[in-house]
Every structure is written in C-alpha cells, then in structure tokens.
Design a protein around this ligand. Structure first.
Ligand code: FE2
Length: 298
C-alpha cells in the first residue's frame, strides 16, 4: 500500500504552494489539488498490500505541509477501504488536504499542537478551523462538504471538541475519518518540540478514545483497516505488559488480531504491585470488571 516516493514528493510541492498562495493572498489552486488527489486515488486503487510509511518533516517549519500530506494519505486510503468513492472520495481528499490551512498564521510554537496547554494556547488553536472556513465560504470555490470537514475536524464524539462543541455522532463519515487520521499523524510524527509515538502506542491511545474523542465505529474501522499497514503486528502482542484499571499488572497471552482491543491476559501482580503466587487468567472479552488503561511494555 506504500504510496510511491515520487507521488509523496509531488504532494509536498502541491501542498506547499497552497500555503504559499494563501500567504500571498492568491486564490487556492483547487484544480491542481484535485488532479493530485485523483493520481493518489489511482495509485491506491492499484495497491492492496504492503506498509504505508508516513513522511517525516525535516523541521518544524515543514510540519504543516508534511502533516497535511500525511492526513491526506491516511484519509484517502481509509476512505477507499471503507467504500467511499467518486465525488465523496475526492471531497474527502480535499478536506484532508486543506484541514489545517487555517493554521497559516498560528505561531510556529503552536502549529503542531492539537488542543493547547493553557487558556491562551487553547484560544489561539480553537480559531484555526473557523478562520479558514469563513474565508473559503466567501470565495465559494469549494463544496460545503469540504468546508464541513475543515470546520469540524476537531469536534469530538462526546461533544467536548472545538470550535462549536458539537457531537460528531451523526456527522458524515468523511469528518470522522479526517478527525482520526489527523490525530494519528499528530501522535506519530516527530519534530524538535516533541517525539513521535510508536505506531503501536498511537493505536493503543486511539483504541481507548472510542466513545470519547471518536466515534467507536470509526475507531474499529481505523484499527482494522489501517492497522496492518501501519503496525508490524496487533496492538497487543503476546508478552506485552499492561496496567489495568484495578492497578494490577498483566501480560497479554492471546489476541485475535489487529482489531482485538480485549485480549486474553494473565494477571501477574495485585493492585499494590505484589507478585501473585497464582497468576489469574482473564479473558477481557468475557470479564467486564477489568480494563486496560496503559501499555507498559508494547
Ligand atoms: Fe487542526
């Protein structure tokens, strides 16, 4: 499934000119973006297997361009695999490609953040989806479906997102896809200011966000459809050590594959960290009294 290096390089050029045009007050070249998305769809539809390697930015300056490309690659592949097609798939691509254009004037020390660490940062960041959608709506150069993806990519399933605090429960699938792909790219990409997570840890975090940040169905689809091309095995490998909500430590003994978020475990210590004389076997699919809250050793 890996997208060719040449096509990734072309993507960087296309997306960089979008930001440059916006900076210099020119209209966005939507046609070139659409042509690029069509080439990506062509390539994706001819490849079924293999890993997808995201692009790493060389510096914080590159972050927005590279992140936009990664979200575009992830969203198009996920959309294609879910069965999004035709105009809807192209609009999904445009929404993913344009989703963070509103960060054009965000200070460089904040562009890579999702929510911000204090009131000032949260206020600055919460403006980026709306600033650009107002501008784009006035220009009337892209469809409403694309505007909605850009505007709502930080809204959450539990209604605690921004800019409007709406629940994404009944949102079109494209918004949910871009939201989860945006989060994944943010988690795994490294820049000077932050180290990227291992893909397995990012999948673990996403698996816990079902019903909170993300639609649980979108989470399942992401793990099932994207897991095999982004991770070198399921989230919970045999011998992984996990912390449970009971504060017990357990080892994973059996999973049923990439999308298995409730593996069979053996509890090794009690809630005080004392080693159990007789380790207890638990199948998390059947036992609802324990939940994994942390991946201690992937
Ligand atoms: Fe964003």
């Amino acid at each position: 499934m890996n997208v060719s290096e040449a096509l990734k390089k072309r993507g960087i050029v296309v997306i960089r000119s979008l930001f440059d045009d916006l900076q210099s007050g020119k209209d966005l070249d939507v046609e070139t973006s659409e042509r690029y998305i069509d080439s990506l769809i062509q390539e994706i539809s001819h490849q079924r297997e293999g890993m997808l390697y995201l692009v790493e930015p060389e510096s914080t300056k590159d972050y927005l361009v590279i992140h936009s490309l990664n979200v575009l690659l992830l969203s198009l592949i996920m959309g294609y695999r879910i069965g999004v097609e035709g105009i809807e798939l192209r609009e999904l691509g445009l929404g993913a490609m344009f989703h963070d254009l509103g960060k054009i004037n965000t200070p460089e020390n904040l562009i890579w953040k999702q929510e911000g660490d204090n009131e000032y940062e949260r206020t600055v960041l919460s403006e980026h989806p709306e600033v650009i959608t107002h501008w784009l709506a006035k220009k009337a150069i892209i469809p409403d479906e694309v505007i909605h993806i850009i505007k709502y990519h930080h809204e959450r399933f539990d209604g605690r997102g921004y800019p409007e605090g709406l629940t994404t429960r009944d949102f079109p699938r494209s918004i949910n896809i871009v939201a989860i792909c945006n989060f994944y790219s943010f988690q795994v990409i490294s820049i000077d200011e932050k180290a990227g997570e291992e893909p397995r840890n990012a999948f673990f975090t996403i698996s816990k966000e079902g019903g909170k940040r993300f639609n649980p169905k979108t989470v399942n689809n992401f793990i099932l459809l994207m897991g095999p091309m982004l991770m070198d095995g399921p989230i919970y490998r045999r011998t992984a050590l996990v912390l449970l909500d009971t504060m017990e430590v357990a080892a994973v003994v059996k999973t049923t594959g990439f999308a298995d978020t409730h593996p069979e475990i053996v509890v090794l210590t009690n809630s005080q960290g004392k080693k159990l004389e007789r380790p207890v076997n638990v199948d998390l699919k059947k036992d609802g009294s324990r939940r994994i809250i942390k991946l201690l050793k992937a």
